[in-house]
Ligand binder design. Structure first.
Ligand code: ADP
Ligand code: MG
Length: 257
């Protein structure tokens, strides 16, 4: 361990990647999904991770959240060296510090909206205290789920299901929420609602959010835009309009799937 001292994480960073590479396959089939990516994601920000299909967006999210191993480099999550933890410690860290929102909502079909929101507490074996219950009630109300809270996912619209998933991610106030194409299955009106919610969570609750998307409109809700191409970080921008983001991406779309 002395030969590879852990990187320090700056106080404002929730997620830090240091020269992270992730390759899949071997020989001629070898793909560098991530190639020496270094980046800090700061507390309270809403960061969009953009790039053409196959550029490494999902891989970046998966290694940053400890869902996938790195081939080389280091990941720090909430001040802990994720890449140096064993599987159990990594799973615990993920349960305590990370919330997820996926394109496919990933709700448990047999559970009600309320039970889905409480599931992370159950999995972690944590009691929901009075203060936490007030926070969850507030989220349910703010997200417009009040009347639907006893319904199962199949009885909810796509937009409502994604709001349940967001409430579930926000409920435990994780250090960071990773959202992978959260509006990919939604119509434009539901997409706007979901994106507004994510932006509000960052601005009003100080919730750190990292959202993978290839949609310039979605990314325009973020206050920082990272651009990946061929597994490399090729852009790091402040807030931009959808048109500016489209213009930015055009140069990287060539040859993309
Ligand atoms: N489990 C895997 N096995 C083999 N190749 C993979 C795997 N996951 C991703 N890749 C490859 O890594 C590259 C980046 O993929 P991904 O991170 O999913 O890109 P994006 O999310 O930007 O579309 C692609 O070339 C993809 O085919
Ligand atoms: Mg992807």
């Amino acid at each position: 361990m002395t030969s590879t001292p852990h990187q320090e994480q700056s106080a404002s960073a929730v997620v830090s990647l240091r020269r992270v590479s992730r390759t899949y396959g071997e020989g001629t089939g070898r793909v560098a999904a991530l190639d020496e990516v270094s980046v800090d994601i700061d507390r309270g920000g809403f960061t969009a991770i953009m790039g053409p299909s196959g550029s490494g967006k999902s891989t970046l999210m998966n290694v940053a959240a400890g869902l996938d191993d790195v081939t080389s480099g280091e990941v720090m999550l909430a001040g802990r060296p994720l890449t140096h933890l064993d599987d159990d410690a990594r799973t615990r860290l993920r349960r305590e510090e990370v919330g997820f929102v996926f394109q496919a909502f990933n709700l448990v079909p047999t559970l009600s909206a309320r039970e889905n929101i409480l599931l992370p507490f159950e999995l972690a074996g944590r009691q929901v205290g009075a203060e936490q219950q007030r926070w969850i009630d507030h989220l349910v109300l703010t997200l417009g789920l009040g009347e639907r809270i006893g319904h199962r996912p199949s009885e909810l619209s796509g937009g409502q299901q994604q709001r349940v998933a967001i409430a579930r991610a926000l409920a435990s106030r994780p250090s960071v929420i990773f959202a992978d194409e959260p509006t990919g299955n939604l119509d434009s009106r539901s997409s706007r609602e979901v994106l507004t919610l994510l932006r509000t969570a960052a601005r009003e609750y100080g919730q750190t959010i990292a959202m993978v998307s290839h949609d310039p409109v979605a990314a325009s809700y973020a206050d920082r835009i990272l651009v990946l191409a061929d597994g490399r970080l090729v852009g790091d921008h402040g807030p931009l309009s959808p048109q500016q983001i489209s213009d930015l991406l055009i140069g990287f779309e060539v040859g993309a799937a």
